[in-house]
Design a protein around this ligand. Structure first.
Ligand code: XIL
Length: 330
């Protein structure tokens, strides 16, 4: 079968995945699969603060550099995830960063890390998951250390620092929970759109929206109609759109693997049909690529104890119906 990276390219799209260093460097067959299928690679863990910064004045780029080299040697683009996130912070963070020094820590981190890969990054998730629909604030900005120390400005500060450090990377705001047709998602879409409008109107350097795409299968049908209008609104702001972390959580789907795989594949197909109808969508990336290694395994397990099957390849690296959905769509 033709690789996803090639079929995507014929349609002017990029296909890729996020994977981690441990699996990529230790499992040769997995590394081959990633190199065969992907035109763009993102480190799932290795550019987060807790991995990069073992101490407040130490940076360790070893793993991320190895992955950048892997990407380069296989003709893949490299994508940065992520400069600002409320999770994945090192232990020293809480006792070290405060209101007085927060801006310095934020800009110094971004200059150092984005500067390290300047000219080599396809795109950077500058800010990840800044919006939380449950909060009381009108702007729905999540309560993070950065918001508490610097106010909503922290997002502008981060994008400006990233643009200064790497003027060539596509600077992206990345978030989840805007994919499915749910009231909560509609609240979140509105808040994300307001944020993007605010950034654009102030001239903050942002060029893309990343939609994570952590989808979930449900015994009742899953719908993606409301996202269509949202994508159009985002595109009207002049932003590119990337699907950055696609997978389908099958935790609640039936036991039979073939039945489950078909349900998962339908969710991939239905979602891709809607998002690829929007010309601003340029990139589709999955979070992992084989069921052998999925972050969902460490979350809620299936009640029947079965292995989760959220990705395009099974645990033996055989393409699944979800792969077929991708291959037909991209
Ligand atoms: C996840 C990793 O896959 C896990 O291994 C880690 O324990 C927590 O982070 N959205 C994101 C990613 O933006 O950074 C998250 O990655 C998955 C959800």
């Amino acid at each position: 079968a033709i690789a996803l990276r090639s079929s995507a390219r014929t349609k002017g799209l990029l296909f890729g995945a996020a994977v981690n260093y441990n699996t990529l460097s230790s499992d040769q067959a997995y590394a081959n699969l990633v190199a065969q299928q992907c035109a763009i690679l993102a480190p799932a863990l290795e550019l987060k603060w807790d991995v990069l910064r073992p101490g407040s004045d130490q940076f360790n780029f070893t793993r991320a550099d190895w992955m950048a080299q892997f990407a380069r040697s296989h003709g893949m683009l490299f994508r940065g995830h992520t400069l600002v996130w409320h999770q994945g912070l090192p232990n020293w963070f809480a006792s070290t960063v405060n209101k007085q020094n927060a801006e310095k820590y934020l800009t110094a981190h971004i200059s150092r890390v984005a500067g390290h890969y300047a000219g080599q990054m396809h795109s950077w998730d500058v800010v990840n998951e800044a919006i939380e629909p449950q909060v009381q604030r009108a702007d729905k900005l999540r309560s993070t250390p950065w918001l508490r120390f610097l106010g909503p400005e922290y997002i502008d500060i981060a994008f400006r620092a990233a643009a200064a450090a790497d003027p060539r990377a596509l600077l992206t705001y990345n978030d989840f929970g805007i994919e499915h047709d749910t009231p909560q998602a509609e609240t979140k879409r509105t808040a994300v759109l307001r944020l993007l409008e605010r950034l654009k109107s102030r001239g903050t350097p942002i060029q893309a929206l990343g939609i994570q795409g952590h989808l979930f299968g449900h015994p009742d049908s899953v719908k993606f109609t409301q996202i269509r209008r949202f994508l159009r609104n985002v595109a009207d702001l002049g932003l590119q759109i990337m699907i950055t972390e696609l997978d389908v959580n099958d935790q609640q789907l039936p036991r039979d693997a073939a039945v489950r795989d078909r349900a998962v594949a339908k969710i991939y197909a239905d979602f891709l049909a809607v998002v690829l109808d929007e010309p601003a969508v340029t990139t589709i990336m999955t979070w992992g690529i084989s069921d052998r290694y999925t972050w969902l395994a460490s979350k809620k397990p299936r009640e029947d104890g079965g292995r989760l099957r959220p990705l395009p390849f099974d645990a033996q690296f055989k393409p699944k119906p979800a792969w077929q959905s991708l291959a037909s769509a991209i």
